[in-house]
Design a protein around this ligand. Structure first.
Ligand SMILES: [Fe+2]
Ligand SMILES: [Fe+2]
Length: 126
């Protein structure tokens, strides 16, 4: 198994099919990036990084919209976490020539922690 390989597990489910699906898509994209980190031709990695940024931004917007329309209580706190992660992802994209396995592992850790500790609270509420 390659380092940093991100595996979506059923216990990561937030009980919302579309949100779970979006999490899986983000994982899949990050795994592709990790798999290509040793490649000399960076063009594919760069387009995957753009894709990861897009997926993440769209995903956060979707979650925030779902929370607002469901009248979920802690929207602002959750949004603040999204903002921090969004900034991290943008920073990676801005430094695309320097993206390393360490950065990707850090992003993986941040995302999995967010999903299991924060997104989980959406379960049954959105
Ligand atoms: Fe999420
Ligand atoms: Fe979230």
């Amino acid at each position: 198994m390659m380092p940093g390989k991100l595996i979506w597990l059923p216990e990561m489910s937030v009980g919302h099919a579309e949100i779970d699906h979006q999490h899986m898509n983000i994982f899949r994209t990050l795994n592709k990036i990790v798999a290509l980190t040793g490649e000399e031709d960076r063009s594919e990695i760069f387009s995957l990084i753009d894709q990861a940024v897009e997926y993440t931004i769209n995903h956060f917007a979707y979650e925030e919209m779902s929370m607002v329309s469901a009248g979920f209580p802690d929207v602002e706190a959750h949004k603040a976490q999204h903002k921090v992660i969004r900034e991290y992802v943008h920073k990676l994209a801005d430094n695309r020539y320097l993206v390393s396995l360490d950065n990707l592992e850090e992003l993986t850790r941040i995302l999995v922690t967010h999903i299991t500790e924060v997104d989980k609270s959406l379960s049954g509420n959105v």
